[in-house]
Design a binder for this molecule. Structure first.
Ligand SMILES: Cc1cc2nc3c(=O)[nH]c(=O)nc-3n(C[C@H](O)[C@H](O)[C@H](O)COP(=O)(O)OP(=O)(O)OC[C@H]3O[C@@H](n4cnc5c(N)ncnc54)[C@H](O)[C@@H]3O)c2cc1C
Length: 477
């Protein structure tokens, strides 16, 4: 079978590796518009913050293993009748099955002075490695920066710039930060935490215009104020890259519409990752993208032609040094829901749990929250919460493992998800150990745990440490 993947990003590269692992009977070609090999896009925040280098984020799992990888090639048309794609170089490539993994593009808001095709100097978006390089080039020598957008991406960009000693202001149109994940109470604590690390947040601030020149950039606000800085990062969200799919007549809504097998309205074409819309949802996160890649590989590889994608609960974590934030489920008040919250703004701590029918339907944990591991486990597994809710909220949970995952692996249930991005449970790590893995590197190579956002690294190291100290026969299967 001849499988062609359009998009050499996080989903496309994972699918190529998954197909290769299923044997040589599948010929895989991957075409990517970006000029370089795939990289861990999530880690661009850490590249911006100077915590990791570019070369550390390259994704090598699909490289050099009999897969035809073609970076720097944009697919310009799909001929579904002939099952053929055309590239910007004029090449035509046949497929038996085509997979769209075209991701998202940064959304440029319609502000006067902001042209999507030609961003003014000193202005950048934050989606690709080239965007990151552009920000870093402008940031060198900069003393002040503006970030338009106080969502997850905007705050990670702001943290990265602040970590470089740049006084950074975040401009957000809504009355509270990260409104998709946080409630106003959590945002108020976060604003204070940000102020402590050199980031000022302007809320309810509607941007109206951008004017940039060699000396700086001015952001005009709708209320007449003007903010000026050496650099502006636009982080106003993303839009699924669906143009090719729409042009070839596939069903497209917000994303390319797919069924449970990740098939589009054409059975010879699948879509995965940020560009796909499953059950009305465009996920925009890597864990669903990688799970979707696995499903398509199982279907195309013949291993399970009826494999179905089922979305898992999503836990969002801010990857910003000095700010511990985990949010999951909904922060919206629901009828009949129990809501418990605790705020200690002076210490930068906020915790909120939403419980329906004895189960967590949402949680926000900001700052020093000892129960974060236990809360994530309960949410992931849909397990009943302990009777003593106050202890769970404040970090002294009774009836569930009280310590974080890294601290108490022995108490963690096997079903607990340790690596959210790759959906790796504690049980999978234990099985891996039993099969002979004896180091963190062995475990990572076998399970891919830690290779997404990397926030589970401490937990994985803790489990490997624990396994090395106990007799493996003592470890429950
Ligand atoms: C800075 C940053 C931090 C993030 N942090 C997190 C996080 O902590 N957790 C999380 O879950 N997610 C995070 N995300 C989101 C995550 O990166 C995406 O969900 C993930 O990259 C989706 O993978 P994808 O392959 O669908 O899209 P992408 O990784 O965007 O890859 C799509 C690729 O397709 C290429 N392409 C598009 N059209 C064509 C064409 N016509 N021809 C050829 N190639 C084409 C694009 O150039 C691109 O390289 C973050 C994103 C950014 C930018």
């Amino acid at each position: 079978m001849n499988v062609v993947i359009i998009g050499y990003g996080m989903a496309g590269s994972r699918l190529a590796a998954e197909l290769r692992d299923r044997g040589p009977h599948i010929k895989v070609t991957v075409l990517g518009a970006e000029p370089h090999r795939a990289y861990n896009r999530i880690m661009l925040s850490s590249v911006l913050a100077g915590k990791v280098r570019e070369r550390d984020v390259e994704i090598t799992e699909a490289a050099g293993h009999g897969i035809d990888l073609r970076p720097g090639v944009t697919v310009t048309a799909i001929d579904r009748g002939a099952r053929m794609i055309t590239t910007d170089a004029g090449d035509r490539i046949e497929y038996d099955h085509l997979v769209l993994a075209t991701g998202s593009r940064a959304l440029i808001p319609p502000l006067s002075g902001l042209d999507r095709e030609h961003l003014p100097e000193r202005v950048a978006v934050f989606r690709t490695l080239d965007d990151c390089r552009r920000i870093l080039a402008t940031a060198s020598g900069a003393r002040t920066a503006l970030v338009l957008g106080g969502g997850l991406l905007g705050l990670e960009a702001a943290r990265g710039l602040a970590a470089r000693g740049i006084a950074t202001e975040v401009v957000h149109a809504v009355g509270h930060l990260m409104e998709r994940q946080l409630d106003p109470g959590a945002s108020a604590v976060l604003v204070r935490t940000l102020a402590g690390i050199g980031i000022t947040a302007h809320l309810d601030a509607m941007a109206a215009s951008v004017a940039a020149d060699a000396d700086g950039v001015t952001l005009g606000l709708a209320d007449g104020r003007e903010l000026r800085a050496d650099l502006l990062v636009v982080a106003c969200g993303v839009r699924p890259e669906t143009a090719l799919a729409a042009e070839t007549g596939l069903a497209v809504e917000r994303g390319v519409v797919v069924d449970d097998h990740m098939r589009t309205s054409d059975p010879h074409i699948s879509a995965i990752g940020d560009c796909a819309q499953h059950e009305g949802v465009v996920s925009g996160l890597v864990a669903p993208a990688w799970e979707q890649a696995r499903i398509v590989a199982r279907v195309l590889g013949g291993e399970d032609p009826l494999a179905r994608y089922r979305p898992l609960p999503v836990v969002t974590r801010l990857k910003a040094a000095g700010i511990d934030l985990a949010a999951m489920g909904t922060s919206m008040p629901a009828e009949g829901a129990e809501e418990l919250s605790f705020a200690d703004p002076a210490r930068g701590t906020y915790a909120k749990l939403t419980i329906v029918d004895e189960r967590l339907t949402g949680a926000i944990l900001l700052g020093d929250n000892p129960s974060v591991g236990a809360v994530i486990q309960l949410f992931d597994r849909g397990a009943p919460v302990p009777v003593d809710r106050r202890a769970l909220l404040l970090g002294r949970a009774i009836g569930v493992p009280a310590a974080t995952q890294a601290e108490s692996p022995a108490l963690m249930p096997d079903a607990a998800t340790v690596c959210q991005c790759n959906t790796v449970s504690k049980g999978a790590l234990v099985r891996c150990w039993r099969a002979g893995a004896r180091s963190v590197d062995d475990v990572v190579a076998a399970t891919r745990a830690t290779t997404g956002c990397g926030t589970c690294r401490d937990a994985v190291e803790g489990i490997v440490d624990w396994l090395s100290t106990v007799d493996s026969s003592e470890v429950a299967a």
